[in-house]
Design a protein around this ligand. Sequence first.
Ligand code: UDP
Length: 310
Amino acid sequence: MAKKALVAGGAGFMGSHLCELLLEKSYTVHAIDNLVTGSRQNIQPLVEKGLNWLDVDITSDFYLNESYDEIYNLASPASPIDFEKMPIFILETAARGHKNLLKQAREMNARILYASTSEVYGDPLEHPQKEEYRGNVSTTGPRSCYDEGKRYGEALTMAFRREYAVDTRIVRIFNTYGPRMRPEDGRVIPNFFVQALKGKPLTLYGDGKQTRSFCYIRDEVEGIFALMQSKEFMPVNIGNPTEFSMIQIAEKINQLTGNRAGMIFKPLPTDDPIKRKPDISRAKEILGWAPKYDLQKGLELTHDYFKSIV
Ligand code: UDP
């Protein structure tokens, strides 16, 4: 019998790619999303392939009418510009929203995966970041709604596991990019592509020497799926450990797009982490998963997407 999955946040960038993967694996897939940051365009082609989509805000009093084998909770705004615009809603999705899903997973005996984040490590003092590292997070800064929300979401997940024996999984997602990112998302890769395709200089924040490690979306959702299928209930990092400075990313995108406008420097946002890189030894060992797309290939595919919409 085909398995049945629910993807909360299914109309978002990552959620829609996960829905696509599950459909390819012959799952019956239902997505819920309130379209705060997700979009109908992301899921329209998937609806034609059998995806069932419902307009649901997980922070509201909603009730799922059907049972699922697997629930993936990817529902949350995740960009620094969202942290400015809707910090209370972000905290609510991690607290009330995730609790609503955990309660219903318990009632229907579903396995539930929580999408946590590398932001639980904050501005890390250990490099690369292993799952055991407890982080360096500001509880009051502009990113705290997301970072502390996700830390609470992890704690809530473990509490439901301990108190009610709910079958839980926790993935810590590192920077991910690819087609279907919002052009106005505010994150570095969409910003750079939109600027480059308009022939404008790329905006580097700070000195541009800060680093991130970017994972192509297909690799990320394959890792998430592999974790859901495994027995591992402690958090697992899923990301690509190849680290780049923002200047290197800007150079690659200007080269790929043929943009001659160069770069300009702007102030570094408060609490912007200086470096980030996942240690993925656990994912490799437990899941047999490792990323397959290098940055060049991933950026080419992302370029094709942004060319079609900008
Ligand atoms: N960044 C940048 N220019 C931009 C957008 C972002 O230099 O137009 C920098 C940002 O300051 C950060 C890095 O790129 O150091 C990654 O930012 P993003 O918002 O993509 O992800 P996060 O900071 O959440 O890892």
